[in-house]
Design a protein around this ligand. Sequence first.
Ligand SMILES: [Zn+2]
Length: 177
Amino acid sequence: MRGYTKMNALEFLYFPYTHSLLMGAVWGVVVGALYWLLKKDKRGAVIVGLCVLSHWFFDLVVHTADLPLTPFSDYKAGFGLWNYVVVTMIVETLIFLTGTYIYATFTKAKNKSGKWGLWTLVTFLLAFSFYNTFAPPPPDSVTILFYSLIILMGVIIGLAYWVDRNREVAQVRDITI
Ligand SMILES: [Zn+2]
């Protein structure tokens, strides 16, 4: 729906299974458990699970009041930051750069791909986010929207995976904060 919020043309009508607080916790546990099964790393699993859950709390800031607490409740939350374009851009960019800073500090490139790949990914994500803000709303066709999202996610996740393979955890002595 065009102009549903000033930031985002998409109106989210029904998404209790991805975007309720309760299901956020459930997905966090599921993804954390999968991570543990694959890596046998308890601390990593907890962190991955919390990252999944954090999605709801970041969404809480930007969404209009359309985020349910559980799939069964009528109460919906959301502070609606997406109605303030400039503030949203500043806040979202700051959060993104903070995450980038943490990742770039606590990992180090094993080779050139690890170095330039990371900055390619960061530039791509920033450019895409600006494009998304100022470009005309996406086509009304749900099918086109769906497939473009799948392709986009594939590119981002593939690139992120490749970058991460070419980086390693930085030794404490390498970290300068
Ligand atoms: Zn969301």
